[in-house]
Ligand binder design. Structure first.
Ligand code: OGA
Ligand code: NI
Length: 367
């Protein structure tokens, strides 16, 4: 457990070399502007007007930004603060109380570790400790969750159920907005859910280190809860912008799978977590993932003569392998799954072999 930041970082006078990011990916000046056009959706108000209104707001946010903050979302506010408090209590416990969940084995379904799943081989370490566990279906996993603090399991169980419920409502609005059939995001696409807590202790040099480097989320959709400390940034039009924490709000972030299923209509935004030198920061990330064997592909309802599929079908586990092996967490992770080259070939075959009209017309070769 010596590797955990919470074991040693409070006595660190300077940032160890192994935490210094290369010049082109370090944050440098962490004082980037907040973006006041980042969408904040009041779900209750949007739904009170009518369902159509909520769908329009959510779809526009997902098309333009790939993320939004949601308030009045129906997850009980006391439960939200209680969950944040209980995970903070977990990280504040002495090491002997956390030892039972500490593990360096990434295949563990519940574990406390530091940096990434591959600490020993990574080029630069991340300035974060992480506790993560599966949580769906809860009864399959709850026995693996931390037993201390004593109320951890009860609180996190209720939180998981309520956030799962919110995710179903939001996914239903997204699928209706895209014109997909009700229940499109059924069990296969949402059958694996992860509860992950990022704990970022004060960092001796926030300009050189990162809590999480620039990435897109691998999942379908993420519900991120941040505490009052700012640290989440989104990359947009070549610049970094800060996402202002709003008490009790969730930051809803689309993952790579939402981009594929929507055939590029919705985007998965690049984002990162910076650190600061004074305060601890905690975020709780609830991510909705497909089951490993589920086939991911652009939804058939979105494909027609003028909208060719931009991605080939693949199993989710195949994508995860590419995401991890390539260590490319951005747009590049989807590179192997794009079909523009195949389409080009198919198009030339058709023209050559059958002399038929090239139906591919104006291919959307770029997104
Ligand atoms: C993540 C993530 C950002 C944050 O865990 O995928 O992007 O603010 N976290 O902790
Ligand atoms: Ni993320």
């Amino acid at each position: 457990m010596d590797k955990l930041l919470s074991s040693w970082s409070s006595s660190a006078k300077s940032l160890p070399e192994s935490y210094v990011f290369p010049v082109d990916s370090r944050p440098g000046d962490t004082n980037v502007p907040f973006c006041n056009t980042f969408p904040v959706i009041d779900l209750e108000a949007a739904l009170a007007n009518d369902r159509h209104d909520a769908i329009q707001q959510i779809l526009k946010a997902c098309q333009d930004f790939g993320f939004f903050q949601v308030i009045n979302h129906g997850v009980n506010n006391d439960l939200v603060s209680d969950t944040m408090n209980v995970v903070k209590e977990f990280f504040n416990m002495p090491n002997e109380d956390k030892a039972s969940v500490y593990s360096e084995d990434p295949s563990k379904k519940c574990r406390l570790y530091t940096s990434t799943y591959d600490y020993d081989n990574e080029k630069v370490h991340l300035w974060r400790d992480n506790l993560r566990h599966h949580c769906h279906p809860i009864e399959d996993f709850i026995n693996l969750w931390p037993q201390k603090p004593a109320r951890y399991r009860d609180v996190v169980r209720e939180y998981s159920l309520q956030v799962d419920n919110l995710s179903s409502r939001i996914l239903e609005l997204i699928s209706e907005g895209l014109g997909l059939e009700p229940g499109y995001f059924g069990d296969g696409l949402t059958g694996s859910q992860l509860f992950s807590v990022n704990h970022y202790p004060p960092c001796p040099n926030p300009n050189l280190a990162l809590g999480l480097p620039k990435h897109c989320d691998a999942c379908l959709i993420t519900f991120l809860l941040q505490d009052e400390m700012y640290g989440l940034q989104v990359y947009r039009n070549g610049e970094w912008f800060g996402v202002q924490p709003i008490p009790n709000a969730f930051v809803v972030i689309l993952g790579h799978q939402a981009q594929v299923i929507s055939n590029g209509k919705l985007i998965s935004p690049e984002h990162r977590a910076i650190t600061n030198s004074k305060n601890h920061r905690t975020s709780i990330v609830y991510s909705i993932n497909p089951k490993p064997d589920t086939i991911i592909e652009p939804a058939k309802a979105l494909i027609n003569k003028s909208n060719y599929p931009l991605y080939r079908a693949f199993q989710f586990k195949e994508f995860l392998k590419a995401y991890e092996v390539k260590k490319d967490y951005n747009e590049g992770a989807l590179e192997d799954f794009k079909i523009k080259e195949e389409l080009k070939e198919e198009s030339s075959h058709k023209t050559r072999d059958q002399g038929c009209e090239n139906q591919l017309g104006d291919l959307h070769l770029t997104k």
